[in-house]
Design a protein around this ligand. Structure first.
Ligand code: SF4
Length: 200
């Protein structure tokens, strides 16, 4: 990963950027920055691995459909798109500055695009590719098949575990893709880069 090039291009694209050597340092930073807020989470193994639902939940109201508590999952999914702060990771990030997410239900891309005061994107170094084409390839052929496998989808990528087959399966999880060329204007955006492998 060419960190210098990535940071320069993200800043050019109107993102604030913070870099950390470890997930623990990034987690401590996020817990300092986000306090006493309502916080929505998009589906993300990165956030799960970092234990952010638990740590932020001690001093914020955190809403996540992966941990809906007494709410129905659908209600948690909807409420999470209306919070002050929104957290997600990405499926692919290009050193040239483009950010890619593939979604099945749409709540994650909706939450990233509108409706909050600030969005944090937490990104491990494994999500970074040299350019847009390679970042999109990774989102489709690495992130999506691993997510399909995690969800036990009856899709060719989950069964074979090697690549995307652009399937027509009823269980297809890849239903839409968002490409951010630059940070949307209506919210603050911060990319939290971590020099560790996080999520997929
Ligand atoms: S389009 Fe189908 S085969 Fe491709 S990653 Fe998504 S679910 Fe798997």
């Amino acid at each position: 990963m060419d960190l210098e090039k990535l940071v320069k291009n993200l800043e050019k694209n109107d993102y604030k950027v913070s870099c950390f050597d470890t997930a623990a340092e990034a987690s401590a930073y996020l817990n300092e920055q986000i306090d006493g807020k309502s916080v929505g989470f998009g589906g993300s193994m990165t956030l799960e691995e970092m234990g952010l639902f638990e740590s932020l939940g001690k001093h914020n109201e955190v809403i996540w459909h992966w941990h809906p508590g007494s709410r129905p999952e659908s209600e948690a999914r909807e409420l999470s798109t209306k919070t002050e702060i929104y957290l997600s990771s990405v499926n692919g990030m290009a050193e040239t500055g483009e950010i890619i997410n593939i979604d099945g239900n749409g709540n994650r891309v909706a939450g990233m695009l509108y409706g909050h005061k600030k969005v944090y994107l937490v990104v491990g170094e494994n999500k970074v590719a040299p350019n847009y084409e390679k970042a999109l390839w990774r989102a489709r052929n690495i992130a999506a098949p691993l997510n399909a496998k995690r969800l036990s989808c009856k899709t060719p990528c989950a069964v074979k575990g090697d690549r995307c087959y652009d399937c027509d399966s009823p269980g297809r999880i890849c239903r839409g893709v968002s490409l951010l060329w630059k940070a949307p204007r209506s919210m603050e955006f911060e990319v939290v880069l971590v020099k560790e492998k996080l999520g997929y």
